[in-house]
Design a binder for this molecule. Structure first.
Ligand code: N01
Length: 554
């Protein structure tokens, strides 16, 4: 059965599956395992040459978990996996997380259903067949009832378009596409553009080896001590022995980590001395716990926010010896409303003789030459350029895929003004397509492996519901999308988050719709998902199956 919406067939065979999954990172790996356990036939495509997604690509020096971290940044679906895997540090290195994911792939024999080094070039919905057809870079074509887009919230690199940058003849690396062979910094003059999480992790490590590092900073950042600690055998034993309690806390919390609730206390309830002592205690302990234990109005009240911002600015001033450099490092936005950063010696590294800071706000880049970067104040000869310039986050990878839904409408057309969706999982006009960590979901504000599991369990239940009830497709209504957008914004607008330029608001990408698209309250989000499923998938149209036996309909 072929509709006008199906691409012309250029010969060659087509493979048939119940579900095609795009991406073999943390989400795609669980999607494969889960759907296979449900008895579905599944194929995964990924452009990389092995599993891991973001952890496969982001190999830059200093790359570590910069969230609440191990041992709770992991899958929870398998008791055996929790029993057998030991984490060694709270802020695990990239190589440790990748080793874990490789172990998961081995343990659950995932690779047999993954085709690596294969990009999905096109995905089109065939309305008559109620199927998706995908075209890949290797020429393989596949047709499936369900299309799971596990394409990553931080995987489409933001490459700055600066005059002459392509003329630069030295080595150039983006942190999100770091080479697999070792990069030699010794004796080299390195320029780093970008001071987000990646730049702030990489710069101190590069500075240890390079002859000279020029940090090209557009926005000074608040960064907090990473507080990395070893995880002992006793810590692991404690986590395992109390896993059920920890898991219950993870489920109940807004971020998916087993945090004790924030003190329900305003920063303004304390005296300045009490606040200072409290911030100092958190600072000394370090780690993401800093944010989980803060006063509950830091992200809500300007005045409360200013108390923490002043505290961190004081710390920067105390660490950085040269007052002029310290001035340039002073952030002037609300604290924690741009992604909070955990650092390991970032501010200290400006005390080294081989590190210089350029404030691009007063001294912007004019152009690159073959051998240098020229800013307004002059020329900086360099041998290597590191782009720590981040990603077209949250929506970028979906738009790069640009699936074509009903009537051939592309996602780029549908999302021109806003990332219309329902529950962060589904899009009107794109039946049976499901996103993981999409805009409108808690996504990057939630423990990503756990969030992937919870979203995919829900998606799997919806698939089962369709099949058990003779339905062929699920698609949200545009009304439910509008209501969902209102719900997402109502939560965000009660905070300071939408009022800061960041990749969370799309401000880092020119021309991108500017708004805060994440569902900020994870615990409420998952309760809403449960409620909607119990209410016969309220907000979706469940279309009857066009054929009783349509497994090979396209
Ligand atoms: O990217 P970013 P990132 N000229 O967008 C600057 C996660 N992560 O890769 O702030 C000059 O935060 C840009 O400046 P500005 C984590 O969630 C996880 O660092 O836009 N500068 C900014 O300084 C993190 O938040 C881990 O003004 C330009 C920087 O580049 C997210 O990924 C590790 C520029 C980009 O910072 C993204 O972090 C690392 C230009 N044209 C990251 N364009 C782990 O858990 C951009 N910038 C391991």
């Amino acid at each position: 059965m072929t509709s006008k919406n199906q691409p012309p067939r250029e010969g060659g065979s087509i493979e048939h599956y119940d579900a095609v999954i795009i991406g073999a990172g943390v989400s795609g790996m669980y999607a494969l395992h889960h759907l296979r356990e449900m008895g579905l036939s599944v194929r995964v495509y990924d452009g990389a040459s092995d599993v891991g997604g973001t952890w496969w690509y982001n190999r830059y020096p200093g790359a570590r978990v910069d969230g609440p971290g191990s041992p709770f940044y992991c899958y929870t679906f398998s008791e055996e996996l929790i029993e057998e895997w030991d984490w060694e540090e709270t802020q695990s290195e990239q190589s440790a997380v990748l080793a874990y994911l490789e172990h998961v792939a081995d343990r659950f024999d995932l690779r047999r259903d993954i085709q690596f080094e294969t990009w999905v070039r096109d995905a089109r919905y065939d309305e008559a067949a109620q199927r998706w057809t995908v075209e890949t870079s290797t020429g393989v074509r596949a047709c499936a009832q369900f299309l799971i887009c596990a394409v990553g919230a931080l995987s489409t690199a933001n490459m700055p378009d600066i005059p002459g940058i392509r003329d630069f003849a030295g080595e150039t690396y983006h942190t999100g596409h770091w080479p697999h062979q070792p990069v030699q910094f010794e004796g080299k003059r390195v320029a780093v553009i970008g001071t987000g999480s990646s730049g702030i992790q990489a710069i101190p490590e590069i500075a240890k080896e390079a002859a000279h590092v020029t940090v090209l900073q557009r926005t000074p950042q608040f960064a907090f001590p990473a507080g990395n600690r070893p995880i002992t055998a006793e810590d692991m034993a404690h986590a395992r022995a109390n896993w059920d309690d920890f898991r219950a806390k993870m489920y109940a919390s807004n971020g998916g980590f087993p945090a004790d609730p924030n003190p329900s206390r305003s920063a303004l309830d304390d005296t300045p001395e009490q606040r200072q002592a409290f911030y100092e205690e958190l600072w000394q302990r370090g780690g993401f716990g800093f944010f989980l234990k803060l006063y509950d109005d830091i992200a809500i009240s300007e005045e409360a926010n200013a108390t923490l911002a002043d505290f961190v600015r004081g710390k920067i001033r105390a660490i950085v010896r040269d007052p002029e450099t310290a001035d340039k490092l002073m952030p002037d936005h609300f604290v924690i409303t741009k992604r909070p950063i955990l650092e390991n010696g970032y501010f200290e590294c400006f005390n080294r003789d081989n590190v210089a800071l350029v404030d691009l706000r007063e001294d912007p880049i004019e152009r690159f030459t073959e051998t240098s970067v020229i800013t307004r104040s002059g020329e900086h000869p360099i041998d290597m350029l590191v782009l720590a310039t981040g990603f077209d986050a949250i929506s970028g990878s979906m738009l790069r895929l640009n699936p074509k839904g009903r009537g051939g409408e592309s996602l780029k057309e549908r999302w021109r003004d806003r990332f219309h969706n329902y529950l962060g999982l589904a899009i009107a006009g794109f039946p049976n397509l499901f996103m993981v960590h999409g805009p409108g979901s808690p996504g990057v504000f939630y423990n990503m492996p756990l969030g992937a599991e919870r979203q995919l369990d829900w998606i799997g239940n919806l698939m089962r519901h369709l099949r058990d009830n003779g339905k062929g497709a699920a698609e949200p209504t545009t009304d439910s999308e509008t209501a969902w957008a209102g719900e997402v914004s109502a939560i965000a607008d009660a905070t300071l988050f939408p009022r800061t330029d960041s990749w969370w608001t799309g401000a880092n990408i020119e021309g991108k719709p500017r708004y805060f698209s994440a569902y900020l309250a994870g615990s409420i989000y998952y309760a809403r998902l449960a409620e909607i499923a119990a209410n016969d998938y309220d907000g979706f149209v469940l279309e009857p199956a066009h054929r009783a036996d349509d497994a090979k309909a396209c």
